[in-house]
Design a binder for this molecule. Structure first.
Ligand SMILES: Nc1ncnc2c1ncn2[C@@H]1O[C@H](COP(=O)(O)OP(=O)(O)OP(=O)(O)O)[C@@H](O)[C@H]1O
Ligand SMILES: [Mg+2]
Length: 420
């Protein structure tokens, strides 16, 4: 049996992390069998090399290896792609065509993004997995094939099952053995190693000296979240290799290539593919909420200042920067406003009373109430944002979704979820 090290070399896999080694070892162990394997792990962790290893180390290696990206094939044609079709079975089916399951007879099919398979296709797949039987689209003639399936997914299949988007029986049939690839952030020792490999590859590709990181930059590199995993790391290495004149990369230079939005926000865990668009939309929502929070803090500062000082004009003069930050340059013209400009009035539900807040105690209470407002959960704020937007647009989902920066489908789901 080939060693893990030899396989890594043969398939260009970099890294020494024990979890990575274990995944490769499992692939080597199951390769000679016909056991179905499900490869799991976040996007960009290197799932695609596992089915290749399995195929190459199996008795099927002289037959076909076909990789199918289930997420990329339109729902209307996927059955025909996988199982073939009969002439005349649908408009445009001018000839009988064989599908991947027929072509890969004796070989291996890699079903990438398997969680994206439509339910009807899942039924056909289950049958072929159970007894090797399938029907071409539009045919009633049962055909036989002998194909080994390796599937991969970067979504949470249990959630997909829960939502009835994926058949439980198929899931267990596909995942007799589960090979999990760890995210890059859990392979800290490997990060710099991979970076050096990519830097050296790009130096050759672009005929430039190899970039090198300062010690400080290495620490930044190792502690980054790497949501896009190895794919993202390689992109950063490529950009630095092409764009940086100074071939020694400082921490600051590196930081300027790492996305900052969302870095301090809660990690958004991808659950299912249908939720993946939602995940990025949720990140946007988080960002909006955090921006709002920052505005709220600025407002709080202004209000407290106003309470301490009492003189609107002075406060206005001393806080031009803040006022512009919150309201922009053009929105507020102080010359035209009366003595109590709207932006400096205390919201009704917070003020409770129209009497001036003069004593230190009053100030303290006021600050406390603002504090309490701030602790509203993200859930509440999300709900509130959605409600407001819907009201503003007379319940027109399309306009509200556009304003919130989320898809209509997501908004629809939220409306149902919150029973709006
Ligand atoms: N250990 C590794 N050593 C070197 N390159 C790697 C390694 N793992 C992944 N890569 C490279 O990173 C890129 C992303 O890997 P891959 O396409 O296999 O990701 P994936 O897990 O299939 O992601 P997705 O779920 O988004 O399809 C590829 O270019 C791959 O060659
Ligand atoms: Mg992939």
């Amino acid at each position: 049996m080939e060693s893990v090290q030899a396989i890594k070399q043969r398939f260009g896999i970099i890294g020494n992390d024990p979890k990575l080694n274990r995944a490769i070892e499992k692939a080597i162990q199951v390769a000679p069998t016909d056991i179905s394997v499900l490869v799991t792990g976040e996007s960009g962790v290197g799932k695609e090399s596992i089915p290749k290893i399995i195929h190459q180390l199996s008795h099927r290696k002289h037959n076909k290896y076909i990789a199918v990206n289930c997420g990329a094939i339109p729902e209307g044609t996927i059955d025909s792609e996988l199982f073939g079709h009969e002439k005349g079975s649908f408009t445009g089916a001018t000839q009988t065509r064989s599908g991947y399951f027929e072509e890969a007879d004796g070989g291996t099919i890699f079903l990438d993004e398997v969680g994206e398979l439509p339910l009807t296709t899942q039924v056909r797949l289950l049958r072929v997995l159970e007894n090797g039987e399938f029907l071409k689209v539009g045919s009633s003639k049962v055909q036989k094939t002998n194909v080994r399936i390796v599937a991969a997914t970067n979504v949470n299949m249990f959630e997909a099952i829960e939502k009835e988007k994926f058949r439980e029986d198929l899931f267990y049939r596909l995942s007799t053995v589960d090979i999990h690839l760890p995210p890059l952030r859990d392979r800290q020792e490997d990060i710099h190693l991979l970076f050096r490999k990519f830097a050296s590859d790009f130096a050759i590709k672009y005929k430039m000296p190899t970039i090198k990181l300062t010690d400080e930059a290495v620490i930044i590199l190792q502690n980054h979240r790497w949501g896009g995993n190895i794919r993202q790391l390689r992109n950063v290495a490529e950009q630095l290799s092409v764009l940086e004149q100074n071939r020694t990369i400082s921490a600051d230079t590196l930081k300027s290539y790492l996305p900052t939005a969302g870095n301090n926000l809660p990690a958004v865990i991808k659950t299912s593919k249908s939720d993946s668009d939602f995940s990025s939309e949720r990140e946007i929502l988080y960002k909006v909420l955090f921006d709002m929070k920052s505005d709220l803090n600025d407002l709080k500062k202004l209000t407290l200042e106003l309470m301490k000082n009492g003189n609107t004009k002075d406060v206005e003069k001393n806080n031009q920067g803040l006022i512009q930050k919150i309201y922009g340059d053009d929105d507020v013209d102080y010359e035209d406003t009366n003595d109590e400009p709207e932006l400096l009035s205390i919201p009704e539900q917070t003020a409770h009373t129209n009497e001036p807040l003069n004593t230190p105690q009053d100030k303290y209470h006021f600050a406390e109430e603002i504090e309490e407002e701030e602790t509203l959960s993200l859930h509440d704020k999300e709900l509130e944002l959605i409600k407001k937007s819907l009201e503003r647009h007379d319940g027109k989902r399309k306009l509200a979704a556009a304003e919130l920066g989320i898809s209509e489908r997501t908004l629809y789901r939220k409306i149902k979820q919150y029973d709006l």
